[in-house]
Design a protein around this ligand. Structure first.
Ligand code: GLC
Length: 534
């Protein structure tokens, strides 16, 4: 699964914003990678408070991105090339500029009132709910028009939809059918674990507010809604489905995706991608433990998504590898090896195939992400340490993953206009045109390892076994299926490291390696990755 952030991929009309025609112009490139499916971040009409995650019309295309004709051409172009399309469906909330919300807001008796969560002010202030994006961290916004509060877990311009209302649910299924009838191949349900709510809005225990997953996710009836969606829509089309987030426990994750429950197809859990949240580094032992645990819990039943990045994260190589030019390529290839050799469906974020890195803005004015700008304001209002905050976002802000795709050395080849967010200055050397010509580039490594995964079913379905568990530097595991056995060795450190696996490698064949010659298996070079066939 190759994820495209349309705003930053390719601009065809020089307005500085990527668009559908831009993607169409790069379909041959995408096909050449060997990926099977494209996941597009939202492309529906939107006032862009949250770059399309605030939808004002679910049956139309965002003006910045083009028209419905462009969409039809894109889908056709993809299908002609054997590529499938997964659309992002943002239905935990809509935009406050959606017609439903305009109606809902207008009076307490409007037929759309119950499409959203309202709390009449004469009942007093509703129990506190945390908002991830609000400048005051408050998810209830008072609206004087009807003397009531509305709920928004994300920004004020993203009011939460009321899934408890059967009419709203039918509207959403209608929207899904509209796109499925057009022939799309799947849905990624944005923030869906938060869709169901206890609408009595009881107070949560003190100290809960940041524990978003534990207290806000997997509300009452969520599974009923998914089963209803499955029987009404998903089961009627040849589409896959994945929801963002997998609840708070393994049981939650299984309940979302086990085939006999008829809900969704694969779990997308955050425990792994959340590990690298400190610029000082992370523990490989922890990393191994988390990925091994998820693998074992899903060994017999269910199916996982494997990823280390997406549009809500800073760059993979900066967070999990080493973006110092000396190690950037090799560590990026090592991480790519990891993603493509685990059991589950690999999700790969655009630009990671080049080893694109964090931009690390110095000035708050360079940032575009509304959640970061609001948090900056919150810190300012509450006397927070702004210097520390600026340092933190250089490492973690999602804008780092949203700078324009680096196509070539002429202003990155993304746009002829002024890009909506600055281009990473390293585009002059780090770009697709340069990597295309270099057999040893990250880009060509990505192509090779995808081809390998397609050739070896064992990499997709094979049993995973962790080796040398307590090794703090090297991640070693085997994959086994029907008598085939592969060994994966990954040095996660910038210094040579040894590994003890107790396997005789004298007859083993190296299938791929991220250096020009592979080590013999006992000692690994910095960030070395090797796959052996045993
Ligand atoms: C999801 C999206 C993120 C968005 C948020 C609100 O987490 O991935 O980009 O800001 O939902 O829609």
């Amino acid at each position: 699964m190759y994820q495209i952030y349309p705003r930053s991929f390719k601009d065809s009309d020089s307005d500085g914003i990527g668009d559908l025609k831009g993607i169409i112009s790069k379909l041959d490139y995408i096909k050449s990678l060997g990926v099977d499916v494209i996941w597009l971040n939202p492309i529906y009409s939107s006032p862009n408070d949250d770059n399309g995650y605030d939808v004002s019309d679910y049956r139309n295309i965002m003006k910045d991105f083009g028209t419905m004709e462009d969409f039809d051409a894109l889908l056709k172009g993809m299908h002609e090339r054997g590529l499938k399309l997964v659309m992002d469906l943002v239905v935990n909330h809509s935009s406050d500029e959606h017609e439903w919300f305009k109606q809902s807001r207008s009076s307490r008796t409007n037929p759309y009132r119950n499409y959203y969560h309202w709390w009449d002010a004469e009942r007093g202030k509703p129990a506190y709910r945390y908002s991830l994006f609000d400048v005051n961290h408050d998810a209830w916004k008072y609206d004087s028009l009807t003397n009531a509060y509305y709920l928004h877990y994300f920004s004020r311009k993203q009011p939460d939809l009321n899934w408890e209302n059967p009419k709203l649910r039918q509207e959403i299924y209608g929207i899904m059918k509209f796109w499925a009838d057009k022939g799309i191949d799947g849905f990624r349900l944005d923030a869906f674990q938060f869709a169901a709510k206890d609408t009595t809005f009881p107070a949560f225990p003190a100290g809960f507010e940041k524990n978003f997953v534990q207290y806000y996710a997997m509300g009452p009836h969520l599974h009923n809604y998914l089963q209803e969606m499955n029987s009404g829509v998903l089961s009627k089309y040849d589409v896959m489905s994945v929801a963002e987030g997998a609840g708070n426990t393994f049981e939650d994750a299984h309940d979302l995706v086990d085939a006999d429950r008829h809900e969704l197809n694969m779990a997308y859990a955050f425990e792994g991608v959340d590990i690298a949240n400190d610029p000082k580094g992370y523990s490989l032992l922890h990393f191994k433990e988390v990925f091994s645990k998820w693998d074992s819990v899903f060994a017999e039943k269910g199916w996982l998504s494997i990823f280390l990045a997406n549009h809500d994260q800073a760059r993979m190589v900066t967070r999990f590898g080493n973006d110092n030019p000396e190690f950037r390529d090799v560590s990026s290839k090592m991480l790519t090896t990891f993603i493509l050799t685990m059991r589950g469906t690999p999700y790969y974020y655009n630009g990671d195939e080049l080893g694109m890195t964090n931009i690390r803005f110095d000035k708050i004015d360079d940032y575009r992400d509304m959640s970061t700008l609001n948090e900056y304001q919150y810190q300012k209002n509450t006397g927070g340490d702004l210097k520390q905050f600026m340092e933190k976002i250089k490492f973690s802000c999602r804008d780092n993953g949203r700078t324009p795709f680096q196509w070539d050395s002429s202003n990155a080849g993304f746009t002829n206009g002024t890009p909506w967010i600055k281009v990473n200055p390293n585009y002059k050397t780090l770009n697709e045109a340069a990597q295309k010509k270099d057999q040893n580039s990250c880009l060509n490594y990505f192509r090779k390892i995808i081809a390998l995964r397609k050739k070896y079913d064992v990499l997709v379905y094979g049993k995973y076994t962790l080796l040398d568990k307590s090794n703090p530097d090297v991640y070693a595991y085997t994959r086994e299926l029907d008598g085939k056995k592969l060994l994966v060795l990954l040095n996660f450190k910038s210094v040579p490291a040894s590994v003890s696996i107790g396997i005789d490698l004298s007859k083993a064949k190296v299938l791929i390696n991220n250096y020009s010659t592979a080590s013999n298996g006992g000692a690994l070079k910095p960030y070395e990755a090797i796959i052996f066939e045993l």
